[in-house]
Design a protein around this ligand. Sequence first.
Ligand SMILES: Nc1nc2c(ncn2[C@@H]2O[C@H](COP(=O)(O)OP(=O)(O)OP(=O)(O)O)[C@@H](O)[C@H]2O)c(=O)[nH]1
Ligand SMILES: [Mg+2]
Length: 170
Amino acid sequence: MPEPIKQKIVIFGAFGAGKTTLIKTIDPNSTHIEANCAGGTTTVALDFGRVELEGRQLHIYGTPGQERFEFAREIIAKGMDGAVLLVDAGSPVDEFTRHLYESLISAKVPFVVFLNKCEGKESVPTAISAEFGTTPVWIVSAMERKPCLDALCKFTMTLPAHVNGLTGKR
Ligand SMILES: Nc1nc2c(ncn2[C@@H]2O[C@H](COP(=O)(O)OP(=O)(O)OP(=O)(O)O)[C@@H](O)[C@H]2O)c(=O)[nH]1
Ligand SMILES: [Mg+2]
């Protein structure tokens, strides 16, 4: 059997947007490094999961959402083939999310926006989508596997394969 095409996808988003939840939903065997914080846990290094979609193996890395972990985001982002900006649609877009959005545009990396937490009364996905210009926006719940996989599949099928191989051992 030939090796599947591999792609490195990195998930960005502000603190608590749902990055770790998304990766766990996509790959229940994903690994993550976290610390306790007020009201739950926070990612302090990274999340890592894998999924095979239509013959492509996605290696999915989640970044920490706290601003002070910029150095970790830079390391994790190296060599990414595509990115997802995960946004909490339950509150107005914050400055840090805007910073991540501008950084992805500057990096010239293909990316899409996933709007999460759309089920609450406070959620305003249409108004929030308008903030991301021409970037494709998907309304997903990080807790529902099928819509997340569908959106990820449609996005990644437009991306080239990773050039230097990815081992993704765990
Ligand atoms: N209501 C609702 N809650 C969600 C959803 N997705 C995630 N959450 C909750 O939001 C909280 C934060 O989720 P995480 O996945 O830890 O967020 P994160 O982006 O990884 O956070 P950091 O690593 O600290 O940046 C958790 O309590 C999740 O259960 C969703 O779609 N709806
Ligand atoms: Mg996290």
